[in-house]
Design a protein around this ligand. Structure first.
Ligand code: SAH
Length: 364
């Protein structure tokens, strides 16, 4: 292995931080040995916090109607070939009921930016989920909204919010999105979510069109500084009805290496092994876990709509990706030495207790 790689990996493990130029060097010089070492260190860092536990989330794709036009995304508004659907609040609640029976204790409501899902509508859904299942966490992933809106959803009981930053480079963000969307607003949304008190998830696609090592280095620096509770990364996969239809699929190997690096930046982060990784490799889900991920998010949407939430070509929703096949997922995880955990699996806050300070405070 490149000697500098080794030094950087050891530094990352110890300090949870590298210089921007060091991240870039590491990404550009990822030998198989370096990737294996990163995975080994990532797994050991994760084991100290989460043992061999893997958390499951039931993903409910509530609508593929979207006012945005992100160039990479299959459900972008200008894709006229997309067969649109929207779940009713009752349908969403029955997905949760079915999920609860299957052992899910976190429900992730994800969708396009669909005007129908106003604050009133989403608040009502969140309140009812919490009323029906008080022991469950609700995660929302409904795109960009105002701070007031995020606050209302939080007050209604939403616990977590996933909003991938997509790329931490302003120019690259502009290359992936139309002019009416901005990197500035994306980041403002993430900061608002954090200020309100959500457990927040950011993330990005690996191998998105125009992406260079310097952009990935910025993504890693952003994660280091923003300190998200969760981070969703998966390979870019082209969608046939977008302008990036003929672009290359992102690399599973690089995705796994980045999962390991993110785990070393933040040992207690909740890191999903994503559907996109499972889509491009038959054992992608397992590879993600073995690289340092600790969350899987099977699809809990009604079966009739699963194929319609087509973010990219051939997105999987069957076998262990389907919530009702949870046993299959549990078996697959067991085969690689991991245990699927049923509790809601909040982020473990690693608090360094200073005994003297605490005792001092108690006396005072
Ligand atoms: N409207 C919500 C949900 C978007 S879909 C939001 O804005 O957060 C969830 C994620 O799917 C996106 O954040 C994006 O990173 C990913 N995605 C979209 N198109 C993709 C593609 N072609 N390949 C891989 N991932 C994609």
């Amino acid at each position: 292995m490149d000697k500098k790689d080794l030094i950087l990996i050891e530094k990352l493990e110890k300090e949870h931080s590298l210089l921007l130029s060091e991240y870039e060097y590491l990404i550009e010089n990822l030998t198989d040995d370096a990737i294996a070492l990163l995975a080994e260190k990532a797994v050991s860092a994760r084991k100290k916090v989460y043992k061999n536990h893997v958390y499951i989330r039931g993903l409910i794709e509530i609508s593929n109607i979207c006012k945005n036009d992100c160039y990479y995304c299959g459900i972008r508004r200008s894709n006229t070939a997309c067969n649109r659907y929207r779940l009713t609040p009752d349908e969403i609640l029955s997905c949760c009921r079915a999920g609860y029976e299957l052992g899910f204790r976190t429900f992730v409501l994800q969708g396009g930016e669909d005007k129908y899902f106003s604050d009133d509508v989403v608040c009502d859904i969140v309140l009812k989920i919490k009323e029906n299942h008080p022991d469950c966490a609700v995660t929302l992933s409904l795109g960009e909204r105002s701070k007031e809106s995020y606050q209302r959803l939080y007050d209604a009981g939403a616990d977590r919010y996933l909003l991938r930053h997509e790329t931490a480079d302003d120019k690259h963000y502009g290359f992936l999105h139309p002019d009416e969307m901005s990197f500035k607003n994306r980041i403002a949304c993430l900061k608002n979510l954090k200020e309100i008190g959500y457990q927040v998830g950011c993330g990005f696609m690996v191998g998105s069109p125009g992406q260079k090592a310097e952009h990935l280095a910025k993504d890693l620096k952003f994660i280091e500084e923003f300190k998200p509770d969760m981070c969703g990364i998966g390979p870019f996969v082209p969608h046939h009805a977008t302008k990036f239809a003929d672009e290359k699929t992102g690399s599973a190997k690089l995705t796994c290496a980045l999962l390991s690096i993110i785990r070393l930046i933040s040992p207690n982060i909740l890191l999903p092994s994503t559907t996109a990784l499972g889509t491009i490799l038959a054992d992608g889900r397992e590879r993600g876990i073995l690289a340092g991920a600790n969350v899987v998010m099977p699809n809990l949407s009604p079966e009739s709509v699963r194929k319609k939430y087509e973010l990219y070509n051939n997105k999987i929703s069957e076998g262990p990706e389907a919530a009702e096949q949870k046993d299959e997922l549990v078996k697959r995880m067991k085969e690689i030495g991991y245990e699927v955990i049923t509790d809601r699996g909040d982020i473990k806050k690693v608090v360094q207790k200073n005994v003297h300070t605490t005792q001092g405070k108690e006396k005072a």
